[in-house]
Design a protein around this ligand. Structure first.
Ligand code: ADP
Ligand code: ADP
Ligand code: ZN
Length: 215
């Protein structure tokens, strides 16, 4: 099963993707994570992407489609969860073509609906484990033991450079301008399933599970 998680920055895509990895054995493909890895690996592409990301703008379709193309070369039995990809109509077309080439398709698109006010508080409280990438929140999902990752026991945490008010404003603008047309695109293909992303993490997972169990 190949699944797309669609939603604005801070909607909870990464959080739900990690839950689906555990519960359904899917492989998470997050272009945001891949780009941040490229940034730390110090490549020329990574440097250029970092500047664009820090401003809250979208990295070029060519770069992100290239990253996804590489990952699809190694097929994954249970399928993929695309987290934060596609973000433009051109990326959506490219993904369709790439999957087709491997005899696969998109099986469902989960649109996570969250209002802007909630996004601001989610983004401003977000932090991740530097070792394993587990996602936390100061108020809604703190670590069980202060300063220690629940998943791997790591003690170093990261706050993203683009998780600030200015960059978030730009990221939301990019979402509504370039990514939200994908809602209509996938609706027209009969693949869109809207989920209320405002509930607690467990409630959102339950809603997603209900959608997937009906497929
Ligand atoms: P995205 O990948 O869509 O940007 P994340 O999964 O990183 O979103 O979630 C953004 C922040 O909100 C994180 O700090 C996360 O812990 C928190 N969060 C995620 N889902 C929920 C939820 N349903 N309720 C409250 N906080 C949440
Ligand atoms: P979030 O959903 O929390 O905003 P991501 O980690 O998915 O964050 O993305 C962070 C940044 O990486 C985006 O603001 C953008 O600059 C870049 N990025 C990630 N995925 C894509 C994509 N599919 N197309 C273009 N840019 C992307
Ligand atoms: Zn960890």
């Amino acid at each position: 099963m190949n699944l797309i998680l669609l939603g604005p920055p801070g909607a909870g895509k990464g959080t739900q993707a990690k839950i689906l990895v555990e519960s359904r054995g899917l492989a998470q493909l997050s272009t945001g994570d891949m780009l941040r890895e490229a940034k730390t690996s110090g490549t020329e592409m990574g440097h250029r992407a970092a500047e664009v990301m820090n401003r809250g703008q979208l990295v070029s379709d060519e770069i992100v489609v290239g990253l996804i193309e590489e990952k699809l070369e190694a097929p994954h039995g249970a399928g993929f969860i695309f987290d934060g990809f596609p973000r433009t109509l051109a990326q959506a077309d490219a993904l369709g073509a790439l999957l087709d080439r491997h005899g696969q398709e998109v099986d469902a698109v989960i649109e996570m609906r969250v209002d802007d006010a909630a996004l601001v508080s989610r983004i401003s409280g977000r932090f991740t484990c530097a070792t394993c990438g587990a996602v936390y929140h100061d108020e809604t999902k703190p670590t069980a033991k202060p300063g220690v990752c629940d998943v791997c026991g790591g003690t170093e945490f990261i706050r993203r450079a683009d998780d600030n008010a200015d960059a978030l404003k730009q990221r939301l603008l990019e979402y509504y301008k370039k990514t939200s047309p994908l809602v209509g695109y996938y609706h027209a293909k009969g693949l869109l399933h809207g989920v209320d992303g405002l509930g607690e993490i467990g409630a959102v997972s339950a809603e997603i599970a209900k959608v997937l169990d009906k497929l």
